[in-house]
Design a protein around this ligand. Sequence first.
Ligand SMILES: N[C@@H](CCC(=O)N[C@@H](CS)C(=O)NCC(=O)O)C(=O)O
Length: 201
Amino acid sequence: MKLYYTPGVCSLAPHIALREAGLPFELEKVDIRAGKLASGEEYAPINGKGYVPALVLENGEMLTEGPAISQYIADQAPASNLAPAPGTMARYRLQEWLNFISTELHKGIGAFFNPAMTPEWRAAVTPRLNKRLAWLAQQLEGRSYLMGDTFTVADAYLFTVLRWTKAVNVDLSAWPVFQAYSDRVAARPHVAAAMQAEGLA
Ligand SMILES: N[C@@H](CCC(=O)N[C@@H](CS)C(=O)NCC(=O)O)C(=O)O
């Protein structure tokens, strides 16, 4: 399998999942601003969506959308417990988390990287984001990971998105549980390896 990624962005989540799953894979770095690979090749003809992550499967098919990619990876290595078995209620709980992270946090926090965001717009959207974060902090109290004691692909995604808060000055200090959670995830050897491979360590 081949993962198209850009250091530190949401593709870090499936990158972590690939390592946690112990699957063989290669990485292909994309400069998403320039829309080019390191070789200078254009990315758009490879993935018409123009964004990362994208995963090329063993049969040559390409899969996009982080939550779909991460679940695909988890299902290739069921013994790694990165996702509950398909069809179980626990699997729907995982999907509930992935969708929450994707739509409420990824796109909410990610928008702050947009240089066109005005202070007025930021002030308008911040209370809703803080409401989501406050709720999430409550859920994490007393839990090692989102689903309990087991690390799943949802944790790889949440860890990735929480990392961005520093860069865009989203203040998490009201919820110390996030720092403890991020430290716990960062201490996992495969997470550290993914960070190092992306030049983030
Ligand atoms: N819906 C996509 C969104 C992916 C996404 O937002 N990727 C960002 C990096 S985190 C990106 O590549 N942005 C560049 C662009 O949109 O052109 C997913 O969930 O995988």
